[in-house]
Design a binder for this molecule. Structure first.
Ligand code: KG4
Ligand code: ZN
Length: 351
């Protein structure tokens, strides 16, 4: 599509129908990762830089928004410089600058989005605002030849959605969580059993050595394609209390922790896979994708990749493109997946 250069107002073609090689630089700063990337034609990553703040937030057991925003300020120019360096490209070579608009932490988003707008203005290139959730889905275009239509399961720290992706720009949310997001449930359960932040990946690791059938946990019975994970979280809380009482020393044994992880992971992955399969069958699609930070989860990936035995094509980003990164933002801008074109667009916190 035709887009306007920010300073001169000159019109240039950008994106999948532009007819020439595009190099889109993107910035992502919605939570605790400051990231900058350059992607060729939406699929080929030529630079991918991520500055993680995990070390900073670890001691607080979660992300502190004000501290996160300050760290983005410190890191933003560095990740931009490194992306140019890694790619060997100059600002003049960039087709357009893209940045995450939301959802996310407002103070954090402001840092990345203002940097994006500034780059577009200074180098007189188009600006493209991107929705973080759509960007997660677009991570599946990287290094693949995936084209819509497909069914998508988006699972992150803030969202759990089944999305019918009819075309690059037309998507319909078929169902979502009515309470906690999957990632949130992982992080809360991890904290309950004493695992340090960020709990999701640690819980996943221990689950792999535990017994998934050790404890029976309730699978939520929510209508249609919606999900609920708060009941499961409460069930784990009760289980932990009971086990600690039985142990008589206010602590869980190592094998109990591993078994809780495995049983929780089994319950969550079963629920997600079941509803995703139903959506696929109902719509008659042959392709299915998973996306978002929790798509890095070993058991969720395993259960959904099993769909391949029934003839479905399954896509999941490699680990570094599952969690927050800027390559997915560049890809989203290239395929024009529900982008914001107005440079006056404001950051937003909730979807
Ligand atoms: O997409 P993301 O990087 O940030 C958001 O946009 O929310 O997702 C972060 C979430 C966190 O809740 C984290 O615990 C979870 O993804 N996560 C995992 C795994 N890796 C990251 N959850 C379960 N298993 C994993 N291996
Ligand atoms: Zn994310």
């Amino acid at each position: 599509m035709e887009r306007e250069c920010l300073f001169s107002g000159k019109k240039v073609k950008v994106g999948v129908d532009s007819g020439y090689d595009n190099y889109i630089m993107a910035i992502e700063s919605s939570c605790d990762e400051t990231a900058c990337a350059i992607v060729k034609n939406g699929r080929e990553v030529v630079a991918n830089i991520v500055a993680s703040q995990i070390k900073t937030h670890e001691k607080y057991g979660g992300v502190i928004p004000e501290i996160a925003a300050r760290e983005h300020m410190d890191a933003i120019n560095i990740v931009i410089d490194e992306a140019f360096e890694q790619s060997g490209l100059k600002p003049e070579d960039i087709t357009a600058f893209a940045g995450t608009v939301g959802p996310g932490l407002v103070g954090c988003l402001l840092v990345g989005l203002n940097a994006t707008k500034t780059l577009a203005l200074v180098y007189d290139k188009p600006f493209i605002g991107v929705n973080h959730l759509n960007a997660h889905l677009c991570a599946n275009y990287i290094d693949t030849d995936l084209k819509p239509p497909f069914m998508a399961l988006l699972i992150s720290g803030g969202h759990t959605q089944i999305i019918d992706v009819e075309s690059y720009s037309k998507q319909t949310i078929l169902g979502e969580t009515i309470d906690d997001a999957v990632g949130e449930a992982y992080d809360k359960v991890a904290r309950l059993i004493g695992l340090p932040y960020p709990g999701g990946p640690k819980l996943d690791k221990l689950a792999q050595i535990g017994n998934p059938n050790a404890y029976e946990l309730p699978i939520s019975r929510v209508e249609g394609y919606n999900f609920s994970f708060s009941g499961l979280k409460t069930a784990v809380l009760r289980l932990v209390k009971r086990l600690k009482d039985e142990n008589g020393n206010d602590a869980l044994t190592e094998s109990q922790v591993n078994d809780i992880c495995a049983s929780f992971q089994e319950c969550v992955s079963k629920t997600l896979a079941k509803k995703l399969k139903k959506a696929l069958q109902e719509k008659g699609y042959q392709q299915v994708v998973i996306a978002g930070g929790v798509a890095a989860n070993s058991e969720i990936r395993r259960k959904i990749f099993e769909f391949e035995n029934e003839g479905y094509s399954v896509y999941a980003p490699i680990m570094k493109y599952c969690t927050d990164n800027a390559s997915m933002v560049a890809s989203c801008a290239y395929f024009n997946t529900n982008t914001f074109d107005d440079v006056d667009v404001e950051v937003f916190s909730r979807a």
